[in-house]
Design a protein around this ligand. Structure first.
Ligand code: R5P
Length: 293
């Protein structure tokens, strides 16, 4: 308690200066509550409005993926260059030091492996775990057009409802079945359904034709998934095109951790995402860092 005898009379009211009311920097997110905005502002850089998420959650359905065999050795050195880590609670607890100040996006859906029908997922993590682990968002796979479309949408809306209770955003990850067309029409459909049903941001793949219609018809931020490993310059070009066509960043895995030089690649991706660097210049940057190591 302050000493009541010594209270000084308040006098600096600046009555001539109106209090600022700032809008929130992220698309479609202004009406969210303070806690959700604060968590989103730890995922998306408020200056660039974008994020470099490092996705290392692949083991949740495909086991020790190439590049992720030893997360302690191969991935921890990349953490300083990521804005956010997207991973499972198992890897978070067993390998990531709790001293990290990076934001965490926790994979909360799961339940099937590559040996079975992948769309048959359930919610695999309690909301209490997300609170306990101090995560900034929860990621749920949504299989629009998939065998278990309805259940996967329900998983997402359940997490949205629970997350809203505690101020934790939900990332809807649009998953494409093997037999489905990866085109603008599909991703517009998938992204819009997830946004309409309450997701706070969406992850989709990049497509050459019409990606800008996916971002413009989605009222909330879209981040680009990396997909299978392609040459570094091609991956940088894809990330560049995605952000120039309205993506609010990337959530890349294999194109970073399966690169010949993951530590150079993640820095080159940052240059494209946060500094609007061209793919060619970012590729030069990649080679310079790679050759210095
Ligand atoms: C997808 O379901 C996984 O959870 C990954 O997070 C996602 O595929 C992104 O990783 P990549 O860039 O390797 O596709």
């Amino acid at each position: 308690m302050p000493d009541v005898d010594e209270i000084k009379e308040a006098k600096k009211f600046y009555s001539d200066i109106p209090q600022k009311t700032e809008g929130f920097f992220l698309k479609g997110s202004n009406s969210l509550d303070w806690g959700i905005k604060n968590r989103l502002a730890r995922i998306f850089n408020p200056e660039s409005g974008r994020t470099v998420m490092l996705a290392i959650d692949h083991g949740y359905f495909q086991g020790p993926t190439t590049g992720l065999e030893r997360i302690d050795i191969n991935i921890l050195p990349l953490v300083p260059y990521a804005d956010t880590l997207m991973l499972t609670r198992g890897i978070l607890r067993s390998i990531v030091p709790p001293t990290t100040t990076k934001s965490i996006v926790l994979r909360v859906s799961g339940g099937t492996s590559i040996l079975k029908e992948l769309s048959n997922e359930d919610i695999a993590v309690d909301i209490e775990e997300s609170i306990r682990l101090n995560v900034c968002a929860m990621a749920v796979q949504v299989f629009i057009g998939g065998e278990h479309e309805r259940e996967s949408i329900k998983n997402m809306t359940t997490m949205v409802d629970m997350g809203m209770r505690y101020g934790i955003p939900t990332l809807a990850v649009t998953a494409v079945g093997k037999d489905m067309n990866r085109d603008a029409r599909y991703f517009r459909l998938a992204a819009r359904i997830c946004a309409e049903l309450g997701a706070h941001y969406i992850k989709t793949y990049y497509i050459e034709k019409g990606f800008e219609t996916v971002t413009s018809s989605c009222p909330i931020p879209v981040v680009m998934a990396g997909g299978k490993k392609i040459p570094e310059l091609d991956a940088l070009t894809m990330a560049y095109n995605a952000v120039q066509q309205g993506a609010s960043g990337v959530d890349m895995g294999r194109n970073i951790f399966q690169s010949e030089s993951p530590i150079a690649m993640i820095q080159a991706v940052r240059a494209v995402v946060h500094d609007n660097e061209t793919p060619e210049k970012a590729f030069d940057f990649y080679n310079t860092i790679k050759n210095q190591l």
